[in-house]
Design a protein around this ligand. Structure first.
Ligand code: DC
Length: 231
């Protein structure tokens, strides 16, 4: 009998450690890692670069339908984001792109096109996928679903560290908190694909856990559900 394809979804707000955990888990399970946020960020980046107004819905939907996006995984498990063949991995992480992505993600027709792209990008052998609606919309029938959360001050501190790595300087914590709060409210209140705990998802509070602790907890659940032989 053909073994069941491993699909693990990890959802949650920004700053809960989804990406780090998803990469480690994908490595442990030897499957592909898919960052759905990178699709929204890449579209936002392409729009900013082409001087397209973020409010120009029709243009953005057309761009989303033929976004020349490729995801490559390095041997270390890192993700390289290629747009039109060019490496934009770092460029899509700036605050400007984060804000534009949060707006782009509000439009139902854009989400429809990007969800279709995410399903195409998912490997047929198995995938660990992370985002906001991966367990509720992208892969609602995934056998393993997780929802990560953490205390707001800890999330802000993690995002501050991420930005420091990117820019080489510290962004004031209050500013980071405000940006997170703004994006959270957009994520939670949009009509289509809002950030919700998917039905059947296991909730993990990562406030006081390291990434490898979280992966250990996840692997335990996956193995208990018969998703992966114990090693
Ligand atoms: O996870 P991230 O910060 O890279 O996400 C970038 C933006 O895309 C963020 O505003 C939320 C949005 N997003 C979404 O709406 N649905 C997803 N599945 C993933 C991200």
């Amino acid at each position: 009998m053909k073994p069941q394809r491993v699909i693990v979804t990890i959802d949650g707000p920004a700053g809960v450690g989804k990406s780090t955990v998803a990469k480690l888990l994908a490595k442990a399970l030897e499957v592909m890692y898919l960052d759905t946020g990178a699709t929204y960020r890449s579209l936002a980046y392409a729009a900013v670069e082409a001087n397209v107004n973020i409010a120009d819905r029709e243009r953005l939907v057309a761009m989303a339908k033929r976004l020349p996006l490729q995801l490559r995984q390095t041997a270390e498990g890192e993700l390289r984001v290629l747009l039109d063949g060019k490496d934009v991995t770092k460029k899509i992480r700036t605050e400007e792109v984060s804000e534009a992505a949060a707006h782009v993600a509000q439009e139902p027709k854009i989400r429809e096109a990007l969800v279709a792209l995410q399903r195409r990008l998912a490997d047929e052998h198995g995938v660990v996928v992370e985002g906001r609606d991966t367990g509720s919309v992208v892969f609602p029938y995934a056998p393993h679903k997780f929802f990560l959360d953490a205390q707001p001050d800890i999330r802000a501190k993690r995002r501050q560290d991420e930005l420091a790595l990117l820019y080489g300087r510290k962004t004031p914590l209050l500013q980071v908190q405000e940006q997170l709060h703004f994006r959270d409210s957009l994520d939670r209140t949009r009509r289509v694909g809002p950030l919700v705990k998917p039905e059947g998802a296991i909730v993990i509070d990562t406030s006081h856990l390291s990434a490898s602790d979280v992966v250990r907890v996840m692997l335990k659940h996956i193995r208990a559900a018969g998703g992966q032989p114990a090693s």
